[in-house]
Every structure is written in C-alpha cells, then in structure tokens.
Design a protein around this ligand. Structure first.
Ligand code: GUN
Length: 292
C-alpha cells in the first residue's frame, strides 16, 4: 500500500475538542449555551440514527439540543410552522431539518423557511446561491462537503489548480462539494449517471471525491498515481464472516485504490465523523453570529 490514510475520526475529534473549548469559554463568560434544533419528519431508521448522533454530539460538546419530531403525515403548513417557531426561539441557534423529507412535502419551501442565520446545514437557497457565485460567501457551508475539504486541507493536499473529479451531483454532497472546490481554485469535473467514459475522466483526477452511493465503484486502475481520494460513500456489502452479515464499504475499491493513491479516506472512519463535527462547528458559529 502506498497511500497515506486520512484519519477522519481523529481529525473530527480535534474539531470537536476545539468547539467544546469555545463553548465552555462562552458559558464561562455568562453567554447562553449554543442550541441546535433537530426536526425529524417520520421515523426512517437511518435518519433517526443520524439525528440521535447529532443530539449526542451536542451533549458531549456542552450545547443544548431540542428534538422536534413530527409524524410522517405532517402537512407542509405544520412543518413550516415548526420552522418558524424555531426561528423565533432565541435558545435555538441552529435548525437542522433531517433529509430526505417524505415525498408529499416541498423540501425547497421548508429549507427556505429557515432563518438564514440559523441555517447550519447550509441548504437554504440563498446560502447555496452564494456558494455558487464568485466573490460571495455563504453564512454556512453544507456539513459533509465542508468536512471533505477540511480533510484535504489537513492532509496538505494542494487544491488550487488541481484537477478534481466529483462523482455524484446530489444537493447534499456532490454539487456543494464541487462548488467549494471551485472556490478553492480547483478545476472541477462532475461525473454522473449520464457521463461517458467515466473511467477516463477519473484517470485525469488529482483529487477524487466519490459520492454516488455505489459500492466499490471506483477501481484501482482508474486512479492516477498519487491522487487524493475522499470516499463519501457508505454502503452495505454482504460478508458472511461478519456477525451482522455485512460490512461497510465506500464508493471506492479501497484495497485496490490504496495501492496507487497518495491519500485515501477509509470507510468507516473517514468522512462520516466529519459531518457531525462540522455541524457542531456551524452551530457554534451560528451562536456567535446571533449572540456576539
Ligand atoms: N441527510 C443526509 N445527510 C444530511 C445532512 O447533512 N443534513 C441533513 N439535514 N440531512 C441529511
């Protein structure tokens, strides 16, 4: 193996420790604890797990969390009404509406209802619009892409002038990651289901961000020697040797790619822990914007 492993777990821990220290300083100075509201519509198992992890992170870092579950058949008016109530609550500095929402709800309208200063997920159309424009800065950057870029910087990977290939164009990861890389002066190509000769496009990449949700899709012989790989995928792969019958793999074939790449993130323990760490950093910043 040639690649250096980018240890997302350790880097996320550092981010969390810094946030924890800053929160303690604020509380010692008589300021209120930062507070994050989590809105979960329905009871999807994966979403419920993520929300619980976010609440636990708040507790670990000395912040308040306010969980506001709604039933799966909540109406548009009910969801937007709850967001407005949270906008008006001074104890709530950040509002996180867990996605995906049930199909009958208009996601864009819900996200648009969030106060810009409380948009710790960075999904408000104005924050995303600013991310896409030259010379403009969003108040908050979406957490997974933010964590992705943070890992590359911590690993000392040069972004300016690099050829970056992002696999996937989702609103949550692929597209904002591509926009962030452009802001960092990378030359960015987005690869998706209609792209021709994906392998050849990837072979040209100095930086590969894989976020398509397809297990071990990127093979070792697609990787340019020395490239940096951030694997955002988390997929279950059958593995009868494991007690639970499966193991987690990324969107990149790790063993093959690690032979060629310069840097690579493992799955699990790569990008995953960064998402929550960056959410905590965004929530602290929201409190600073609102209280200082
Ligand atoms: N669903 C999957 N990832 C995310 C995220 O980062 N934020 C929210 N709100 N929902 C998600």
């Amino acid at each position: 193996m040639t690649a250096k492993i980018i240890d997302g777990k350790a880097i996320a821990l550092q981010v969390r420790e810094n946030v924890k220290k800053e929160v303690a300083k604020r509380v010692a100075a008589g300021k209120p604890k930062p507070g994050l509201a989590t809105v979960l519509v329905g009871e999807r198992v994966d979403s419920s797990t993520y929300v619980r992890m976010k609440q636990k992170a708040c507790a670990d870092l000395g912040m308040n969390s306010f969980h506001r579950p709604l039933p799966i058949d909540a109406t548009q008016e009910e969801v937007e009404g709850l967001v407005k109530e949270l906008n008006a609550d001074p104890a709530v500095n950040g509002i996180l509406v867990q996605l995906p929402l049930p199909d009958h709800l208009d996601e864009e309208k819900v996200l648009q209802a969030i106060d810009l200063e409380k948009d710790v997920d960075g999904f408000h159309p104005i924050n995303i619009g600013r991310l896409a424009q030259k010379g403009r800065e969003p108040l908050f950057v979406p957490c997974t892409p933010y964590g992705t870029i943070y890992l590359l910087k911590q690993a000392g990977v040069e972004l300016s002038g690099a050829n970056a290939v992002v696999l996937g164009r989702s609103n949550i990861v692929g597209m904002p990651a591509a926009l962030l890389l452009v802001k960092e002066n990378a030359t960015v190509t987005i690869v998706h289901s209609r792209t021709k000769n994906i392998e050849d496009v990837v072979r040209n990449a100095d930086i590969i961000i894989a976020a398509i949700g397809m297990p071990e899709f990127v093979r070792g012989d697609w990787v340019k020697p020395g490239a940096a790989i951030i694997d955002v995928g988390i997929n279950q792969k059958d593995d009868p040797t494991r007690k639970r019958g499966y193991r987690l793999v990324g969107d990149v074939h790790y063993d093959e790619a690690a032979e060629v790449a310069g840097h690579i993130t493992p799955v699990p323990g790569g990008v995953g822990p960064m998402t929550i760490a960056m959410l905590m950093a965004n929530t602290l910043r929201a409190a600073e914007i609102q209280q200082d």
